[in-house]
Design a protein around this ligand. Structure first.
Ligand SMILES: NC(=O)c1ccc[n+]([C@@H]2O[C@H](COP(=O)([O-])OP(=O)(O)OC[C@H]3O[C@@H](n4cnc5c(N)ncnc54)[C@H](O)[C@@H]3O)[C@@H](O)[C@H]2O)c1
Ligand SMILES: O=P(O)(O)OC[C@H](O)CO
Length: 332
């Protein structure tokens, strides 16, 4: 089995190391020459993990021809780049391949889920199926081989099983699922809620606030996700509640960190001017806000994140407005 990881960032490096640990022949392809040279020559990815020595069996290249005879291709780039990398690899493909999606969010213009974007851009003769490998997993912990569980979600059970077995080991346990809609929506929405969690922490609120945010954030995820066709039980699992918890509570989360800065400064201005990191929740908040408005789905937390990010609303005012809404029963 030959695997190629597209993307030499934090998650691409983390997943390549899992495969190398599992004795799979794995190469990382990246467009960033410095990241590739660092992995290839020094077995490090200093930009993301300054202290970590990666598995020496990971190969790395800038040459996209590496995907030619791959059995499995793992896409580990931000959602805005998924269509580009599909177009880049397609002319190289010579046989049916499993494409693994690991990105969390929606297409930048069409707002489609990642599996749909991949199916639209990789011709059927080269695509066995799309499997999304998603769940609560910070790369910073996976590279240190800390115990982690994720889910291989696909409409093709055989390919989901292949991915499950390929990635599972003593520190990474991979479950299997087939609710593509629910899982992809769950891991996308959790990023927008994690921005809210960071904002509230940045303001200075404590654990009661975080528990409230996670619980009511889950209610919004379920309301939106089931309206879009996801199954209720999916949102109680790794790609729903699991990923929501880790992203809302972890210092590693870039979505949480972005929100924290915004909450501390009581403004998103500085974030917009200086952010260079992958913060998927920022665009996701806009997508969910726009679609929920059109479909009349009540999403008060996501709406306030949207207003802070895109309408210059002060986070303190947003928190006050959330607390002073009409009083309601808990289950709705
Ligand atoms: N980092 C994590 O812990 C983690 C965990 C699970 C899922 N994810 C998801 O994985 C996706 C990738 O995130 P990441 O954390 O690896 O981001 P990152 O910022 O660490 O790395 C992104 C990589 O993609 C490359 N890239 C960007 N645009 C590109 C393009 N057009 N063509 C080719 N390469 C391009 C960059 O050079 C960089 O190497 C995101 O959707 C994220 O939500 C991340
Ligand atoms: O760093 P974040 O906020 O993009 O989160 C990374 C992963 O999605 C956590 O599961």
């Amino acid at each position: 089995m030959k695997a190629v990881v597209i993307g030499s960032g934090s998650w691409g490096s983390g997943l390549a190391q899992v495969l190398a640990d599992n004795h799979v022949d794995v190469t990382i392809w990246g467009k960033d020459e410095h990241e590739i040279a660092d992995i290839r020559d020094h077995h490090r990815n200093e930009k993301y993990f300054p202290e970590v020595e990666l598995n020496h069996d990971i190969k790395a290249t800038n040459d996209i021809a590496v995907v030619k005879d791959a059995d499995i291709i793992i896409l580990s780039v931000p959602t805005i780049a998924i269509e580009d990398v599909c177009r880049l690899i397609t002319p190289q493909l010579t046989k049916k391949t499993i494409i693994v999606n690991t990105s969390k969010g929606f297409h930048p213009e069409t707002n489609e889920r990642m599996s749909c974007v991949i199916r639209e851009n990789i011709p059927a003769q080269y695509l066995s199926s799309v499997v999304s490998l998603i769940g609560p997993s910070h790369a910073e912990e996976v590279v240190l081989r800390m115990l982690t569980t994720i889910c291989a979600v696909s409409l093709n059970e055989a390919d989901a099983k292949t991915v499950q077995h390929l990635f599972s080991n003593q520190y990474l346990r991979v479950y299997r699922g087939n609710d593509e809609v629910g899982s992809e929506i769950g891991v996308a929405i959790k990023n927008a809620i994690a921005v809210a969690s960071g904002i509230l922490s940045g303001i200075g609120y404590g654990d009661n606030t975080k528990a409230a945010l996670i619980t009511r954030g889950l209610a919004e995820m379920i309301r939106y996700g089931t309206a879009m066709g996801g199954r209720l039980e999916t949102f109680m699992g790794l790609t729903g509640m699991g990923d929501l918890i880790v992203t809302c509570t972890s210092v590693h989360s870039r979505n949480f960190q972005a929100g924290y800065q915004i909450g501390k400064e009581n403004s998103a201005k500085d974030f917009w001017e200086h952010n260079t990191k992958t913060v998927e929740g920022v665009r996701t908040a806009k997508v969910i806000h726009d679609i929920a408005k059109e479909k009349q789905i009540d999403m008060p937390i996501v709406d306030e994140v949207y207003k802070v990010l895109y309408e210059n609303k002060e986070p303190l005012e947003s928190a006050r407005d959330l607390m002073s809404r009409e009083l309601k029963p808990e289950i709705n």
